[in-house]
Design a protein around this ligand. Structure first.
Ligand code: MOS
Length: 743
C-alpha cells in the first residue's frame, strides 16, 4: 500500500455534507424539544431596573421565560467562576444570576416556546427597563489607563520581554523608525451560528449537543457551573460550520440552554442570531501597536521594540498577544516587547484565528517593510539579513525552520526579481500595481490526547477520539493517519469524533488538532498493530506462527511476511479465531522533553499583488502566493483549503473587516453580514496559491505535523498593506485600508 498521508484525498465526510446529511447542532431533531431564544441587553453598562415578561408569558405555546428573577441559582465560586479549572478557554459568564449589565448584547432572558417562531415573537415582547451607568468602550481615549496582564499568549508566555538595550540600539543606528499601527474590533462570522441543545436525561444527567471546538472543555465548564460531576455530562459535536476560535470557550448561552431546559422540564434547542454573535461570544480586540526599529546601513537590525495595548472586559481578562512574534522572528540583539490592557465595558474579547499573531504580524511586517524602504533595500533581502538561526529570545534551536526556502521559493514563483523598488513605479494601464511581501509565523503546539482503535470482524478499522471537526478536515486526516498505521486503504477505516464518550482530546484551537489527536490516533493504531502481530506470531493456527516481528508487514488488509509473502492471511481470517472477532487498543500521546529542548514554529512567506485605481482608491488584490513550512502535510487538499482560507481572511483584515463600535451607545452597530464585510468570491484574488515546502521535523510530535489552521492568516494582511504602499506610496497604518484612506 502506498502511503495515504499527504495525499490530496477528498473529504471522507464530503458526501454527507453536500447532500445535507451531516447533522449540525441546530439541525438535531430531539423528541419533545422546544425552542429557546435569547433576549440581549441593549445597553453596555448598568442594571436591570425592571423586566416585564408578562406579555411573553401570554403568547400561546410559550413554555417558560427565564430571567435573573427565576433562573436557577448557581454556585459560581467567586468572581472568576472557577474558570481556570476549565483550561485556557475558560471564561467568566453571564448566567442570569443578578441584575448587572456589563456589555451590550449580554443575555438578560431566555424565552422557551413550542416552536421557533413562537419563541422569536415572545422574546420580542419582553420589556426591560434599565438603570444606565456611564460606560467606556473607546481604546484610543484611554491609552493611559492600562494594566499589565498576568500573562500573554496561549502558552502562558510573560506579558513583557527584554534583551539587550533597546534605547542604545535605537540611537546608534543608520536608519530608524517609530510608528503606531492599529487594528479594529473584528468579529468571527462562521456560517453556522452558535447553537446548543440541552437534554436532561434525569435530574442529575445532562446531554449537550453543542457547536463547540472542545467537547471536553465544554463538559468540564458546564458541569462545574451546574454543580454536576463531569461524568454526568455528555457533550456531542459531530460537525461544526466554522469556529475560528469563537467556539473554543464555553459561552453563556450554552449553560443558559441547560438551565432553561431544567426550568421547562423539556429538551431545549437554542441558536444565536447573527446580531447576537457580535459581543457575547468573543471577538478580536482593537489593538494599538507601537513599534520602533533601527538598522545599520547594511540592513542589520540593531533594535526592535513592539508594545501592544488592547482591550479586555471589566470582569475577565484576555490579551490579544500581538507582540509575541517580535520576540522571536528576527535576530535583533536589542529587543523589548510588552502587552497592556484597558478595561472596557465590552464582552470579553477572545481567541480569533491566530490570536495575537494575526494583528501582530500586520504591524511587525509593515514596520520591517518600512525599515527596508528607509535603507533602500529589497524587503526579502532585508529579512534574510536578519534571519534568526536560533530562537533569539529563548536561545534554543528551532525544531526545524525552513523559512529561508519559503522566501526563496516564494520570490522565485512570484517573479519578485522583476519588482522595481520605487513606490508608484509599476502600472497596468491606468491602474497602479504594487507587490508586497511579509513573513508568516505561528507556534507549533501540542497537548495530551488519547484515542481508541478497534479492528472489527470484517477487517475494517474503527478509530474513536473526542476531537472536533470544524470544517478543517479532521475526519479526513485522522482517517489517513489511521489507515497508514495499519496498511489499510482509507475506505476501510472509519473515524468517529465529537463525543465525550470517546477518549479525551484537547480543544481544537491553537492549530494543535493534527499534532495532538493525530499523534494519539497514530499511537492507538500502532498499539493495535502490535497486538495483531503478537497474535499472528503466537497463534499456532496462524500462517505467521513462529516468525519474527520484524518480518511482519501489513498491506491492504493482509498480514504476511516480508521474506515470504505467501505466508500470510487476511485480517478477517486472523480475527475469526478471536473472541468477539474483534481486537482493540487504546493509547495516549503527550508532549515530552522536546518541548524544553526546542523552539517550535511553522513559518511562511506571503506575497501579494494589488491593483489600485489612482482616482477612486479602489484596491483589487489580483494575486496572492503563500509558501509555508509546516512540517508534514497530512492532506494536500485540505491543507490548501486551510492555508488559502487564512490568506483570504488576512486580505480581508487588510481591506474589509471592521466591527464598528458606537462609543456613545457602547454597541457594535454593523452586527450583520450586510454591513460587516467578509470577503465574497469577487473580493478574493483571481490567482491564489498556497504551497508547502518539504520539511521533516523529527522533534515536534510523532507524526511530524506542525499544524496549519492559523499560519495562513499571519503576515497576509501585511503583504497586502505593503503591496498597497508599493502601488500608491501611501502608508496606511490603521486597518482596514478603505477607499477614504487612499484618496
Ligand atoms: Mo483558534 S483562534 O486557537 O480556534
Amino acid at each position: 500500500m502506498p502511503e495515504i498521508v499527504g495525499k490530496p484525498i477528498d473529504r471522507v465526510d464530503g458526501r454527507l455534507k453536500v447532500t445535507g446529511r451531516a447533522t449540525y447542532t441546530g439541525e438535531r431533531q430531539i423528541p419533545n424539544a422546544c425552542h429557546g431564544i435569547l433576549v440581549m441587553s441593549t445597553i453596555p453598562k448598568g442594571h436591570i431596573a425592571a423586566i416585564d415578561t408578562s406579555a411573553a408569558e401570554r403568547v400561546p405555546r410559550v413554555v417558560a421565560v427565564m430571567t435573573h428573577l427565576n433562573a436557577p441559582k448557581l454556585n459560581l465560586k467567586g468572581p472568576d467562576q472557577g474558570k481556570d479549572e476549565a483550561g485556557p478557554a475558560g471564561k467568566v459568564l453571564q448566567l442570569l444570576q443578578d441584575d448587572a449589565i456589563h456589555y451590550a448584547n449580554q443575555p438578560v432572558a431566555v424565552v422557551v416556546a413550542e416552536t421557533f417562531e413562537d419563541a422569536v415573537y415572545a422574546a420580542s415582547t419582553v420589556q426591560v427597563r434599565y438603570q444606565l451607568e456611564p460606560h467606556q468602550t473607546d481604546l484610543a481615549a484611554h491609552l493611559h489607563e492600562t494594566h499589565t496582564p498576568k500573562k500573554a499568549g496561549g502558552g502562558d508566555e510573560p506579558a513583557d520581554s527584554r534583551r539587550g538595550n533597546v534605547n542604545a540600539g535605537l540611537s546608534n543606528a543608520y536608519a530608524r523608525l517609530e510608528h503606531v499601527y492599529s487594528t479594529p474590533f473584528e468579529t468571527h462570522n462562521p456560517m453556522e451560528p452558535h447553537a446548543t441543545v440541552a437534554v436532561w436525561d434525569d435530574p442529575a444527567h445532562l446531554t449537550v449537543y453543542d457547536a463547540t471546538q472542545g467537547v471536553f472543555g465544554d463538559r468540564k465548564r458546564v458541569a462545574m457551573l451546574l454543580g454536576l460531576p463531569a461524568e454526568n455530562v455528555r457533550v456531542i459535536s459531530l460537525f461544526i460550520g466554522g469556529g475560528f476560535g469563537s467556539k473554543g470557550p464555553t459561552w453563556s448561552h450554552v449553560v443558559l440552554t441547560a438551565m432553561a431546559a431544567k426550568i421547562a422540564n423539556r429538551p431545549v434547542k437554542l441558536a444565536l442570531t447573527r446580531p447576537q454573535m457580535f459581543g457575547s461570544i468573543g471577538f478580536r480586540s482593537e489593538t494599538h501597536q507601537s513599534l520602533a526599529a533601527a538598522a545599520k546601513q547594511d540592513g542589520t537590525l540593531t533594535a526592535l521594540r513592539h508594545d501592544t495595548i488592547c482591550q479586555t472586559s471589566r470582569f475577565d481578562e484576555f490579551v490579544e498577544s500581538a507582540s509575541l512574534s517580535a520576540r522571536m522572528l528576527y535576530a535583533s540583539p536589542n529587543n523589548s516587547t510588552s502587552h497592556k490592557l484597558i478595561r472596557s465595558d465590552i464582552g470579553t474579547p477572545s481567541y480569533m484565528r491566530a490570536p495575537g499573531e494575526a494583528p501582530g504580524t500586520y504591524a511587525l511586517e509593515c514596520a520591517m517593510d518600512e525599515l527596508a524602504y528607509e535603507l533602500k533595500m529589497d524587503p526579502v533581502a532585508f529579512r534574510l539579513k536578519n534571519y534568526a538561526e536560533e530562537d533569539p529570545e529563548k536561545k534554543k534551536p528551532w525544531s526545524s525552520k525552513s523559512l529561508r526556502q519559503c522566501y526563496e521559493q516564494g520570490a522565485q514563483r512570484f517573479g519578485w526579481s522583476k519588482r522595481s523598488l520605487e513606490p508608484r513605479s509599476m502600472r497596468d494601464g491606468n491602474k497602479l500595481v504594487g507587490w508586497g511581501m511579509a513573513t508568516a509565523v505561528y507556534p507549533t503546539r501540542r497537548s495530551a490526547a488519547s484515542a481508541m482503535a478497534k479492528l472489527r470482524g470484517d477487517g475494517t478499522l474503527l478509530v474513536e477520539a473526542g476531537t472536533q471537526e470544524l470544517g478543517t478536515g479532521t475526519y479526513t486526516i485522522m482517517t489517513q493517519v489511521a489507515a497508514d498505521a495499519l496498511g489499510l486503504p482509507a475506505g476501510r477505516v472509519q473515524f468517529r469524533l465529537g463525543d465525550t464518550d470517546y477518549p479525551q482530546t484537547p480543544v481544537s484551537g491553537g492549530s494543535q488538532t493534527a499534532a495532538s489527536t493525530g499523534s494519539a490516533v497514530h499511537a492507538a493504531v500502532q498499539a493495535l498493530r502490535e497486538k495483531v502481530v503478537q497474535i499472528a506470531l503466537t497463534d499456532s493456527q496462524s500462517p505467521l506462527s513462529g516468525a519474527s516481528a520484524g518480518d511482519v508487514i501489513f498491506d491492504s488488509g493482509r498480514i504476511s511476511l516480508r521474506s515470504n509473502p505467501s505466508r500470510g492471511e487476511t485480517l478477517q481470517k486472523l480475527l475469526s479465531r478471536q473472541a468477539n472477532r474483534e481486537l482493540q487498543a487504546e493509547a495516549s500521546a503527550k508532549p515530552g522533553s522536546e518541548q524544553e529542548q526546542y523552539s517550535m514554529y511553522a513559518f511562511g512567506a506571503q506575497f501579494a499583488e494589488v491593483k489600485v485605481d489612482p482616482d477612486l482608491g479602489v484596491v483589487e488584490v489580483s494575486r496572492m502566493l503563500g509558501v509555508f513550512a509546516a512540517g508534514r502535510i497530512l492532506n494536500a487538499k485540505t491543507a490548501r483549503s486551510q492555508l488559502t482560507g487564512g490568506m483570504i481572511w488576512g486580505m480581508s483584515m487588510a481591506l474589509h473587516e471592521h466591527t464598528f463600535m458606537d462609543d456613545r451607545l457602547g454597541r457594535f452597530v454593523n452586527n450583520n453580514l450586510a454591513e460587516y464585510h467578509v470577503p465574497v468570491h469577487a473580493d478574493s484574488p483571481a490567482q491564489i496559491e498556497a504551497l508547502c515546502v518539504e520539511e521533516v521535523d523529527p522533534h515536534v510530535n510523532p507524526i511530524g505535523a506542525k499544524g496549519i489552521g492559523e499560519i495562513g492568516i499571519t503576515g497576509s494582511s501585511a503583504a497586502v498593506a505593503n503591496a498597497v504602499f508599493h502601488a500608491t506610496g501611501r502608508r496606511v497604518r490603521d486597518l482596514p485600508i478603505t477607499v477614504d484612506k487612499l484618496i
